[in-house]
Design a protein around this ligand. Structure first.
Ligand SMILES: [Zn+2]
Ligand SMILES: [Zn+2]
Length: 177
């Protein structure tokens, strides 16, 4: 989406608030988001551009709900992410090359506005966690049968019987003699 900054550029207002959504699938040349992650909705972007005498600063909160799977047991997970996005906004292309200012921190005004959808998706792709676990101590899947070690797998149960069960088993064996 293009955000019109002419009210600031014409010195009519010092601040412009914005609140919009970005559909990651509709952003041209958007960086790939991990295959394991599916965004459940368009990305919410809420923030403001402030005039600071000579340059403008943009700050925004970016958030989205997404679906993924546990890295160990492949259980489906519903997650959400929220992070802060900030940039210097300028008409001056040369500023981006100035000392101490990283080109990636600058948004250049074109035809009175800025379109930073791609920047949002790029930052999102960097902010999203690489690993997801359903619970911190998820035991994962059995390397023998491939089933969930928390229940469906029976290989482990045969190898490591609860000591109390062992006593009970012996008792049963003796009874059957
Ligand atoms: Zn898991
Ligand atoms: Zn197993």
């Amino acid at each position: 989406m293009k955000l019109d900054l002419t009210p600031i550029l014409n010195r009519r207002v010092p601040v412009i608030d914005f609140d919009f959504t970005v559909d990651a699938n509709e952003v041209p040349d958007a960086p790939d988001i991990s295959e394991e992650i599916t965004l459940d909705e368009p990305v919410r972007v809420c923030g403001r551009v402030c005039d600071n005498d000579g340059y403008m600063s943009l700050t925004a909160t970016v958030s989205v709900d997404y679906s993924t799977v546990c890295d160990r047991c492949l259980a489906p997970l519903s997650e959400s992410i929220e992070f802060e996005f900030s940039r210097i906004v300028t008409l001056n292309a040369a500023l981006a090359g100035d000392d101490g200012i990283d080109e990636d921190d600058v948004l250049l005004v074109k035809e009175g506005g800025i379109d930073f959808d791609r920047d949002i998706i790029e930052e999102l792709s960097l902010e999203l966690p690489i690993y997801h676990l359903c619970e911190e101590d998820c035991p994962g899947l059995c390397s023998v049968c491939g089933k969930d070690l928390r229940g469906a797998c029976t290989c482990k149960n045969e190898k490591e019987i609860d000591p109390r069960m062992e006593t009970f088993k012996k008792l049963l064996e003796n009874m059957n003699k």
